[in-house]
Design a protein around this ligand. Structure first.
Ligand code: 4AD
Ligand code: MG
Length: 477
C-alpha cells in the first residue's frame, strides 16, 4: 500500500497498484462513484465504491466538501477522460462537511461569489488551476534569473522612503494613530515610535535593488509591494507582488531586450509545464467569450494568445510616435476616445494603451522615452532635456504589465531633479551616495506579478489570481 496524490495515481502509478489517497469530495453520483480531488492536478480521481456495503452512518457522511481517505486498487477505467480509477476497499471520513451548509455546491459558481468565500475557493477547478500556474510562474522567474547569473535580493518591506515619490503609502507605526504624541510645535513626536521615524510599507524595492546592482552587478527582487491608491479596477491591488531586476552597465535598449526575453521565457515555461491547467482555463475563457457581443469577442483563445506573444517580436515605439498614432486614430464608432488625447506631454490613459496594443498593432508594445514630468525622479534625462529613458511594456487585455527605465547615474543631474521635485536629500542621501562613489550606467524594471498571472490564465479580474486579494475595504482573511 502506497500513499499517493491524485496526480500520481492518475499519471504515474501502474494499473494494479494498491494506493491510499486523501482529498476532498467534489461530487458523488449513482451511489457508486465519488470524484475525489486533492488539488495536485485538475482532474478528479474517480473512486468506485459499493455504497450498499457501507454502513448507513458512514454513507450519510459522504458529502460534497468532506475530507476522505480511500484505500484500494488502481484499475483501468471506462470513464470519459480518465485512464484509471480506484476500486475502493476501505473508506474513512477524515473531516465531515454539512451538505446544507457547505457553500461550494457541485455546480458552476460565479467568480464574484467565489471571491466572497476566498477561504474555500481554492477547492474549485478554476481557482486551483490559477494557483498552480501562479506557482509555476514563480518558479520560472527564479529559474530565469538564477540561470543568467542574477542574485535574488531581499529588500525591506518597512521603509522610510517613498521609492516612486507618488505618496501612495501605508503608514507603519507603533504610535496611537488617532492621538499620537506631539512635540511642542504640534508635529508627531517620532521619538516614541518604534523606528523613531516615519515609516511605511514599501511601494517598490527598486532603490535598494539599485544599491545591490552597484555591488553584485545583476540582482532581482521578488516581493510584496503596497500601494494605498484607491483604484477599484480589475488591474489594481493594494498589496501585489513585484519582480524587479536591476542591472549594472545596462542601458535602456538592454533593458527592453531583457524584459522581452524574460516575459517570453516565463510564458513558454507555462505553456510547457501547465498543459492541463491551461486547457481548462482556455475552455473557461471560451465559455465567457461566448456570452459577449460578437464585436467584443477576442479573436484568439488563451493558448493561442500565449503562443503569439512568445513567437513574435514586441513592437517598440517612442511615446512621441504613439501620440501621433493616437491623434490620427478613430477608435470607436463615433471616431472618439472616451478620454481625449491631451497632446504631447500628457500621460496615456489605459484606454489609449489598449488601443495601441489590441487594435492598432495587435501585439505587445514597448513604449519608451516618455516626457520627464510624468515619470519618477530617478529616470535618466535624455539629451533633449524633455524626455526620460523610461519604458512601459503593454500587453493585450492587460495594458501596462512592466514599468522600467535607465536610471539617472549623474550625481548633479539627479540631485537637481530631486530638488525640483521636492524630494528631501536627507531622506535619500544613501541613494545619492551610489552616484558619488563609482557610479555607472544601469537599468531595471518592475513586473507586476499578478498582471502576468492574469495574462497567462486569462482571468479578467486581478482579484482572482492572488489567493487573498487586498483591495479598498477588504482585508478580512
Ligand atoms: O510602474 P510601477 O509603479 O514601477 C515601479 O514601481 C518601478 N520602481 C519599477 C522598477 O523600475 N523597478 O510598477 C511596476 C509594475 C506595473 O507595470 C504594474 O504591472 C504593477 O507593477 N503594478 C501593479 N499591479 C497591481 N496593482 C497595483 N496597484 C499596481 N501598481 C503597479
Ligand atoms: Mg508604471
Amino acid at each position: 500500500m502506497q500513499i499517493a496524490t491524485v496526480k500520481e495515481s492518475l499519471t504515474k502509478l501502474p494499473v494494479g497498484a494498491e494506493v491510499h489517497v486523501r482529498g476532498w469530495v467534489r461530487t458523488f453520483r449513482s451511489n457508486r462513484f465519488i470524484a475525489l480531488n486533492d488539488g495536485s492536478t485538475v482532474a478528479n480521481l474517480q473512486c468506485v465504491v459499493n455504497f450498499e456495503e457501507l454502513p448507513e452512518d458512514l454513507l450519510k457522511r459522504i458529502n460534497t466538501g468532506a475530507c476522505i481517505s480511500v484505500q484500494g486498487d488502481l484499475v483501468s477505467s471506462q470513464g470519459q477522460g480518465q485512464n484509471v480509477e480506484i476500486q475502493v476497499k476501505k473508506l474513512e471520513i477524515l473531516g465531515d462537511s454539512d451538505a446544507d451548509e457547505y457553500p461550494l455546491q457541485p455546480k458552476k459558481h460565479s467568480l464574484e461569489f467565489l471571491r466572497e468565500i476566498a477561504h474555500l475557493r481554492m477547492r474549485t477547478a478554476t481557482m486551483s488551476a490559477v494557483m498552480r500556474i501562479r506557482h509555476n510562474a514563480t518558479f520560472a522567474i527564479h529559474k530565469y534569473f538564477h540561470d543568467r547569473g542574477f542574485y535574488n535580493l531581499h529588500t525591506p518591506i518597512i521603509t522610510g522612503s517613498d521609492a516612486e515619490g507618488a505618496g501612495e503609502m501605508f503608514r507603519v507605526t507603533t504610535l496611537d494613530p488617532i492621538n499620537p504624541p506631539t512635540t511642542d510645535d504640534g508635529k508627531v513626536d517620532y521619538k516614541e515610535d518604534f523606528f523613531e521615524k516615519e515609516t511605511n510599507l514599501t511601494v517598490s524595492g527598486q532603490l535598494e535593488a539599485e544599491l545591490g546592482a552597484m555591488g553584485l552587478s545583476k540582482v532581482y527582487t521578488f516581493g510584496p509591494t503596497f500601494r494605498a491608491e484607491n483604484s477599484n479596477t480589475s488591474r489594481h491591488l493594494a498589496e501585489f507582488w513585484m519582480i524587479e531586476p536591476e542591472v549594472a552597465f545596462a542601458d535602456l535598449d538592454d533593458n527592453m531586450d531583457l524584459s522581452e526575453d524574460f516575459l517570453k521565457f516565463v510564458i513558454q515555461y507555462i505553456l510547457d509545464n501547465c498543459v492541463e491547467d491551461l486547457e481548462i482555463l482556455d475552455k473557461r475563457l471560451a465559455d465567457e467569450e461566448k456570452g459577449k457581443p460578437q464585436a467584443e469577442r477576442s479573436e484568439q483563445g488563451l493558448i493561442e494568445r500565449l503562443k503569439f506573444v512568445v513567437e513574435n517580436n514586441f513592437v517598440r515605439l517612442s511615446y512621441t510616435e504613439a501620440i501621433e498614432i493616437l491623434r490620427n486614430s478613430k477608435p470607436n464608432k463615433k471616431g472618439k476616445f472616451k478620454y481625449k488625447i491631451e497632446g504631447w506631454g500628457a500621460d496615456l490613459q489605459s484606454e489609449h494603451e489598449r488601443f495601441l496594443v489590441e487594435k492598432h498593432f495587435k501585439s505587445p508594445v514597448i513604449l519608451f522615452d516618455y516626457p520627464a514630468n510624468i515619470k519618477a525622479f530617478y529616470m535618466r534625462l535624455n539629451e533633449d532635456e524633455k524626455t526620460v529613458r523610461a519604458m512601459d511594456v503593454l500587453f493585450p487585455g492587460i495594458g501596462e504589465i512592466v514599468g522600467g527605465s535607465q536610471r539617472e547615474e549623474r550625481y548633479d543631474v539627479l540631485k537637481g531633479k530631486m530638488e525640483k521635485m521636492g524630494i528631501a536629500e536627507e531622506d535619500l542621501w544613501w541613494y545619492l551616495d551610489t552616484r558619488k562613489f563609482g557610479t555607472c550606467v544601469h537599468s531595471g524594471f518592475g513586473l507586476g506579478f499578478e498582471r502576468l498571472v492574469q495574462f497567462v490564465t486569462g482571468m479578467g479580474n486581478i482579484r482572482d489570481v492572488i489567493p487573498f486579494p487586498r483591495t479598498p475595504g477588504r482585508a478580512e482573511f
